[in-house]
Design a protein around this ligand. Structure first.
Ligand SMILES: *[C@@H]1O[C@H](CO)[C@@H](O)[C@H](O)[C@H]1NC(C)=O
Ligand SMILES: *[C@@H]1O[C@H](CO)[C@@H](O)[C@H](O)[C@H]1NC(C)=O
Length: 513
């Protein structure tokens, strides 16, 4: 009897240790290293005149006459992915997510010695948005166009494609683009509040004007700009971006008017109506709902708790569906090895965005002493965080192919990223001009690995069966985008701090057993 009891106790302890090991895999990945690399990626994507302290040295200046045809200075900003179009909507979302990462995990980023780099990555975007916002109701939305750009395979330093710029204004408005740009600048204003108050103020000024422009002239930007339609059409419309912008403006200004907007329009704009399983450059509802839930932590928001609780119930829905604790039909699909799977083309963008929301949500649960209550069970903050970690660890190599989908991280990562600059010999090494179709013939079609490693890029990633084909023409899987990596900055920072905490926690756990 006693013997059996002892055995069971040991058995339980073993199970517990195994479980802990599975959930924490302490020391398996170096998240600080991943954080450092993720920030380097934004230097590879820089357009314009590169600064003296540029660390990614295979890149050179590019796009130095952007906007010239239209008489506006649009030099700078980011190329969105493996091509050279500057698309406003995904660029703004990238900057919002970088800023949110710093807002949540500033201490951890600083402890890893990366705060300066993170702030530079944000400022490279916001400096461009300031240039692009040439008057209160004019915002330049795009430079170059997908069709002509994709016709060529060139380094950005050799670009010969059209650099025509497109704008939204009163006659051709775009509330989603204006809203996301306002959100990005308001969030960035919070990042720079103490270190650069003048800049922070300037960003707020632009953000407020852009929000007003978006709100006063309500229209989807792809209804005004034909050119964005086949690349970044706004399928979810603009109501999510307007609510999202208002909430970021409220956080940045403490002005009650913005909060009222979020509360009063919660219903009519779908903020408390849409239950989503995707968070992306297009669909902001889940992020908005989480951000609104966090207001519940402050006493001063008590008078709005009814609406805020409704926002929270939709945030819960998103988290439950990621954890596969909703009813089956409402769960996010998982690959056999456990990766969240939304769709075939660039699935990793949804994984990194979900990991960020889950990580922040786990902090929220911990602070509020709450649990996530789902149709299919309850989860505490540790389980939510463990799930986020499972996604991040999959990204870094804990998957059937032992492949890190973060380029340049670990011993095995994609070698043929679908990226013009990375796949062609560096401009620094060969300044000879490489023409539009010459790039396709000489570089795109090669079997060999890319000559330049696009460090920190998160590629589109595997299919629904965890398969991945490392070919340059497999752009659904091997292309990377700025908004894939941006949310990882926050998540890597969170886990880089966990690295130090895990061991202590494990010991505590065993001791109390
Ligand atoms: C993690 O990587 C960084 C380099 O980015 C290195 O300095 C550090 O020593 C590594 N930490 C561990 C525990 O290996
Ligand atoms: C991945 O690593 C594991 C453990 O080292 C090994 O057993 C497995 O064969 C590897 N798989 C591939 C595809 O390399």
């Amino acid at each position: 009897m006693e013997e059996k009891k002892k055995k069971t106790q040991w058995h339980n302890l073993l199970l517990l240790l195994l479980t802990l090991n599975i959930f924490t895999t302490a020391g398996a990945f170096n998240y600080s290293d991943a954080l450092t690399k993720s920030l380097l990626y934004f230097e590879s994507q820089r357009s314009g005149r590169l600064p003296y302290n540029q660390r990614v040295t295979w890149r050179g200046h590019s796009g130095l006459t952007d906007g010239l045809e239209q008489g506006v200075d649009l030099v700078g900003g980011y190329y969105d992915a493996g091509d050279h179009v500057k698309f406003g909507l995904p660029m703004a979302f990238t900057v919002t997510m970088l800023s949110w990462s710093v807002i949540e995990y500033r201490q951890q980023i600083a402890a890893a010695g990366e705060l300066e780099h993170a702030m530079e990555a944000i400022k490279w975007g916001t400096d461009y948005f300031i240039k692009a916002h040439t008057s209160p109701n004019v915002l330049w939305a795009e430079v170059g166009d997908g069709d002509t750009d994709h016709y060529c395979w060139q380094r950005s330093e050799d670009m010969t494609t059209s650099r025509r710029a497109y704008k939204i204004d009163e006659k051709n408005p775009g509330s989603d683009l204006a809203g996301e740009s306002a959100a990005a600048m308001a969030a960035a204003a919070l990042v720079f509040k103490e270190s650069n108050p003048h800049y922070s103020h300037l960003l707020l000024h632009h953000a407020q004007q852009l929000f007003e422009f978006g709100d006063n002239y309500r229209e989807k930007y792809d209804g005004s700009l034909e050119v964005v339609k086949s690349y970044y059409a706004s399928v979810s419309g603009f109501k999510d971006e307007l609510l999202w912008a208002a909430l970021w403006l409220y956080k940045a200004t403490d002005n009650e008017e913005y909060l009222k907007y979020v509360i009063n329009k919660a219903n009519s704009f779908g903020g408390i109506g849409w239950a989503m399983t995707e968070f992306s450059w297009d669909v902001k509802f889940a992020g908005l709902q989480l951000l609104a839930s966090k207001l519940l932590l402050e006493e001063k928001h008590k008078k709005h708790s009814h609406i805020l609780e409704l926002y929270k119930s939709k945030a819960d829905y998103y988290m439950c569906s990621c954890l596969n604790k909703n009813t089956a039909a409402k769960n996010v699909e998982l690959t056999p090895a456990g990766l969240l799977y939304i769709r075939q083309w660039n699935n990793m963008q949804y994984v990194s965005a979900a990991s960020f929301l889950l990580t922040v949500y786990s902090d929220f649960l911990k602070t509020s002493n709450g649990n996530l209550n789902c149709h299919g069970g309850t989860a505490g903050h540790e389980e939510v965080l463990s799930f986020a970690k499972s996604q991040i660890d999959y990204i870094l190599g804990s998957n059937p192919l032992n492949m890190s989908y973060l380029v340049g991280y670990g011993p095995k990562y994609p070698q043929r990223v679908h990226h013009r600059g990375a796949s062609v010999e560096s401009y620094r090494e060969n300044k000879g001009f490489i023409g539009c179709t010459q790039g396709y013939d000489s570089w795109y079609a090669r079997e060999e690995p890319n000559p330049n490693v696009l460090v920190g890029a998160l590629v589109g990633g595997p299919d629904c069966k965890d398969n991945f084909v490392d070919r340059r023409d497999n752009y659904m899987q091997t292309e990377a985008c700025t908004y894939n990596t941006a949310p990882l900055v926050g998540v890597f920072a969170k886990f880089s701090d966990q690295e130090n905490m895990d061991q202590g926690q494990n010991l505590d756990f065993v001791a109390s057993y």
